[in-house]
Design a protein around this ligand. Structure first.
Ligand code: IMP
Ligand code: MG
Length: 179
């Protein structure tokens, strides 16, 4: 698996330190709120697992799954709900936890449908942001790192469902996805 990685973009220690810092900030900001962390499967699971443990105020969690990419590297623009949340959102301050904000289409759509369920508030926490790639008006309230316009894997992010278990963020060798 490691042979497919061209370079390590963000190493484990750097990720860990930044996630802890973000957790402290969220703990302060949500101290008087009713936090519900919504993890967008599957890419955000590793970030979610670390971020929730860096938060030291009461928090609930839930999961949903949407598809936008299939197994390719380009956004299809099609977003559909594969698995919906278990909880009703009324009364909660929602923090959507995402792996990467790319074109922004996925989160834009997701935020719209969650707003219709009348939560107190909705904010977005993303591990990675690729601002150059934005196709819709969308920003993250909390983010760990900006990344350049390269396809990245690891720490939850996949290519063709692989590489999610790499402990760092890396760039794949172009030959892996046939370029
Ligand atoms: P968006 O709708 O274009 O913002 O796409 C967001 C989703 O695309 C993310 O949740 C990822 O699943 C996937 N994605 C976008 N860029 C990358 C990447 O560089 N590596 C792995 N997955 C990516
Ligand atoms: Mg994702």
């Amino acid at each position: 698996m490691k042979n497919d990685i061209l370079k390590v973009l963000i190493d484990e220690e750097t990720i860990s330190a930044k996630v802890k810092e973000l957790g402290e900030q969220i703990s302060k900001d949500y101290a008087d709120k009713n936090l519900l962390m919504v993890s967008v499967l599957k890419g955000s699971v590793v970030f979610m697992a670390d971020l929730m443990r860096a938060i030291d105020i009461p928090a609930r969690i839930d999961f949903m799954s949407v598809s936008s990419y299939g197994s390719g590297v380009k956004s299809s623009g099609v977003v559909k709900i594969i698995k919906d949340l278990d909880l009703e959102l009324e009364g909660y301050d929602i923090l959507i936890v995402e792996d990467i904000l790319d074109s922004g289409k996925t989160l834009h759509y997701l935020r719209e449908i969650l707003y219709k369920r009348n939560p107190n508030s909705i904010r977005i926490a993303t591990l990675l942001d690729k601002p150059e790639r934005r196709a819709v008006d969308m920003y993250a309230d909390y983010k760990c790192f900006d990344v350049p316009d390269e396809f990245v894997v690891g720490y939850g992010l996949d290519y063709d469902e692989k590489y999610r278990n790499l402990p760092y963020i890396g760039v794949l060798k172009p030959c892996v996805y046939g370029e």
